[in-house]
Design a binder for this molecule. Structure first.
Ligand SMILES: [Zn+2]
Ligand SMILES: [Zn+2]
Length: 372
C-alpha cells in the first residue's frame, strides 16, 4: 500500500513530503489510517539534530485515527475502532508495565529507530531505504503499521482533533504537575515555558489546587493564553518571576518548579532550582541538546541545605492505558481544555510552515489534518 508521509532524511534539512510503500501488519500489529496528527516539539528536535535518531525516519508521534487492518494475533483493538496512539507503547507484561509504570515500558527501547517487534521496518521508500516511524508510530504518514501495544481505543464521540493531543503533549504536561510534582492544594507552582506541554502543566496544577500559579514565558501570546488555562501570574523572564515569588510567599519560595521549555538549558534549570524553597521540587520535563549538560547545580546550599529534589520523568509518569481515557473523560466533563490548545491546522504539505510558526512562538499546538 502507498502512503504520503513527512520524513527526515538528514538532520538540518526540511521535512520532505513523499510517498512511501507500507507493509501489511504482522501478527501483533495494526494498520491505522491517521485522521489527525499533533505537531509536538520532539519531532522538530529530530529534524534539528537536538535529539539523535536513526534516519531516514517518518515523523510524528501524536496521532488519532481508525484501525483499518489487524494482524492474526491482535486482541486489543479491532477493525473500525477509533484509537489514539501512545507515544510510548505499553506492552502490559514487562517489569515496568506490570508495576504500574507503563511510561517506562521496555517496548519503548526502539522509539528512536522505529523498529517494530521482529526488528523490521514497515515503511520503505522507492530507493529501497527502510524507514521507521518516530516513537514506533510515524503519525506524519496518512497510514502507518504499529504494534498493538501503541494503541489505546477511544469512544467514537471524541473528536480526532482533541484525541490526537492526548497521545503525548497533554499527558506529559498534565502529568508533570499531577503525577510527578503531585501539586497540592494551596501550593505555589512556577511553570517555565507555556507551549504545547507547559500549557497542560498549567492546567494540571490549576486542577490540583495550586494557589499561586506562576508562568514564565518570553512570548506575550503564550502568557495571555496561560491566564486562560489557570495561571495567576505571568512573567516574561525568570528574574521578575523570582522577585514576585519571594513577595507572594513571604520569602518561603515556591513548592514546585516545572521545566517545560522548548529546549532545556542550564539557565532554566538553575532558575527553577533557585525559585523553589526548602523541600521543594524541580520537575524536569523538557529535554535539551544531546551532548550538553543541562543540570549543573551546587550541591551544598542549594540542593542539600534546602533539601531540594530534582525529578526527571518521561510522559508525565502516565500510564497510557489508564491516563489517556481518564484525560478524555475530564475533557468530556468540561474540566480539561483541549480544543483551546489548537492554534492552527495544517495540511501535510504545510508541515514546515507549522514548525516555523512553532519556532516563532505563534502557536501553542499545531495539528496536521490528513486527507488520505
Ligand atoms: Zn511529543
Ligand atoms: Zn511494558
Amino acid at each position: 500500500m502507498r502512503a504520503r508521509a513527512a520524513i527526515i532524511r538528514e538532520t538540518g534539512t526540511p521535512w520532505e513530503v513523499t510517498e512511501l510503500e507500507l507493509d501489511e501488519p504482522k501478527a501483533d500489529e495494526v494498520r491505522i489510517r491517521f485522521v489527525v496528527s499533533g505537531m509536538c516539539h520532539s519531532d522538530e528536535h529530530l529534524r534539528t539534530g537536538d535529539s539523535v535518531a536513526r534516519l531516514p525516519m517518518v515523523g510524528g508521534h501524536e496521532g488519532a485515527g481508525v484501525v483499518e487492518a489487524v494482524g492474526s494475533a491482535v486482541t486489543r483493538v479491532a477493525v473500525g475502532d477509533h484509537v489514539v496512539c501512545s507515544f510510548i507503547p505499553a506492552c502490559g507484561v514487562c517489569r515496568y508495565c506490570s508495576t504500574g509504570h507503563q511510561n517506562l515500558c521496555d517496548r519503548g527501547a526502539e522509539m528512536a529507530t522505529g523498529k517494530l517487534g521482529d526488528g523490521g521496518f514497515r515503511f520503505h521508500d522507492d530507493a529501497g531505504n527502510d524507514l521507521g516511524g518516530f516513537c514506533m508510530l510515524g503519525t506524519f504518514s496518512e497510514r502507518a503499521v504499529v504494534n498493538q501495544a501503541s494503541c489505546v481505543r477511544i469512544e467514537e464521540d471524541i473528536p480526532f482533533e482533541v484525541a490526537a493531543l492526548v497521545g503525548c503533549g497533554v499527558p506529559t504536561g498534565w502529568g508533570s504537575s499531577v503525577n510527578v510534582a503531585k501539586v497540592g492544594a494551596g501550593d505555589t507552582v512556577v511553570v517555565f515555558g507555556a507551549g504545547g506541554v507547559g500549557m497542560n502543566a498549567v492546567q494540571g496544577a490549576a486542577y490540583a489546587g495550586a494557589k499561586n500559579l506562576v508562568v514564565v514565558d518570553p512570548v506575550a501570546f503564550k502568557r495571555e493564553k496561560a491566564l486562560e488555562f489557570g495561571a495567576t501570574h505571568v512573567f516574561a523572564d525568570a528574574g521578575e518571576a523570582h522577585e514576585a515569588v519571594v513577595q507572594m510567599t513571604r520569602g518561603q519560595l515556591a513548592d514546585h518548579a516545572i521545566c517545560t521549555v522548548g529546549v532545556l538549558t542550564a539557565d532554566v534549570v538553575s532558575a527553577a532550582a533557585a525559585i523553589v524553597g526548602k523541600g521543594g521540587q524541580v520537575t524536569v520535563t523538557s529535554v535539551g541538546r544531546t551532548g550538553e549538560n543541562q543540570i549543573q547545580l551546587a550541591a551544598g546550599g542549594g540542593v542539600v541545605g534546602y533539601q531540594r529534589n530534582i525529578q526527571g520523568h518521561i510522559f508525565g509518569m502516565s500510564n497510557p492505558l489508564y491516563d489517556i481515557p481518564r484525560l478524555l473523560d475530564l475533557y468530556r466533563a468540561g474540566r480539561l481544555k483541549l480544543e483551546e490548545l489548537i492554534t492552527r491546522r495544517y495540511t501535510l504539505d504545510e508541515v514546515n510552515q507549522g514548525y516555523q510558526d512553532l519556532d516563532e512562538g505563534k502557536i501553542v499546538r499545531g495539528i496536521i489534518l490528513h486527507e488520505g
